[in-house]
Design a binder for this molecule. Structure first.
Ligand code: ZDP
Length: 277
């Protein structure tokens, strides 16, 4: 099976072109093996690029633990780059079918290569039952949650996949590794959750680290950065247009007046190879 290794600001995945080869039999068991950084190719997960009835292509994403996610921000920019550059659809904009619907992606090209992509990520979902988080009310904004005897005000947002955002005065790796998995698997989140740890730098700038559902800490999360922008506006900390600094690089996020979130960032192809199955 041919694969292509790609990343969006260090959030790296193994991509399989299912236009040109058959779908892997059991992607949920292939994902942990191919993502293993010692015994496999290495990555935060597996992404399948498939034909679609309703868009230029369809994306399915499996986390490193084999769980399938509804959406991914860094991955969909890479899918757009692959679809354009490998001649599946040389169009701009492109449409990609995901677990949260068909998205429109505008490509920034130079010498016919895709360097950056702007994705209309759709509207954020705030209704607790649709995130899902087992709390009442119209939205979960700064709800005090105690973990390890510390109270963390959580704000919950879905971008098709669930996010739990924490604003803190200081964020370090120990905190992410200690609290991340406990919130990911907290009983409040029936489908588990991604967890964002955020330091606000100004009204238009923030630094974040992320503990991803099914992958652990990663260098970046695109849907997570979108959730941080939305949570920042809801809690009065951030303006609607922000730059988010992640361990792997920067993303530009805008919660537009039409209610849609626009995410802009790079996408890179690293190498291709053969997986012996
Ligand atoms: O929702 C989830 O289970 C995520 N771990 C999916 C991956 C999200 C991604 N990192 C992103 O950029 O949004 C690809």
């Amino acid at each position: 099976m041919q694969f292509t290794k790609m990343h969006g600001i260090g959030n790296d995945y193994v991509f399989v072109d299912c236009f040109r080869q058959s779908l892997p039999e059991a992607p949920e068991t292939l994902a942990p093996r191919i993502s293993d950084r010692h015994f496999g190719v290495g990555g935060d997960g597996l992404i399948l690029i498939l034909p679609s009835e309703v868009a230029d292509a369809r994306m399915r994403i499996f986390n490193a633990d084999g769980s399938e996610a509804e959406m991914c921000g860094n991955g969909v920019r890479c899918v757009a780059k692959y679809v354009y550059e490998h001649g599946i659809a040389r169009k701009n904009p492109l449409t990609i079918e995901t677990g949260r619907g068909v998205l429109t992606l505008h490509l920034q090209l130079s010498n016919d290569k895709v360097h950056r992509v702007s994705v209309d990520m759709g509207e954020p979902i705030l209704e607790p039952s649709r995130i899902p988080v087992q709390l009442s009310g119209e939205a979960v904004v700064e709800h005090p949650l105690t973990v390890d005897d510390t109270v963390f005000p959580i704000t919950c947002v879905s971008m098709g996949n669930p996010h739990c955002v924490l604003f803190l005065s200081q964020v370090d790796g120990d905190l992410v590794a200690k609290i991340g998995p406990k919130l990911e698997r907290h009983p409040l989140f029936p489908n588990r959750t991604n967890v964002e740890f955020v330091e606000v730098l100004s009204r238009s700038e923030a630094r974040m680290r992320v503990w991803e559902r099914g992958s652990g800490e990663t260098l970046a999360c695109g849907t997570g950065a979108c959730a941080v922008c939305v949570a920042g506006v809801l809690t009065g900390r951030l303006d609607r247009k922000v730059q988010i600094h992640l361990l792997g690089g920067d993303l530009n996020i805008e919660w537009q007046s039409n209610g849609h979130v626009l995410m802009t960032g790079p996408a890179e192809e690293v190498f291709t190879g053969d997986w012996p199955e």
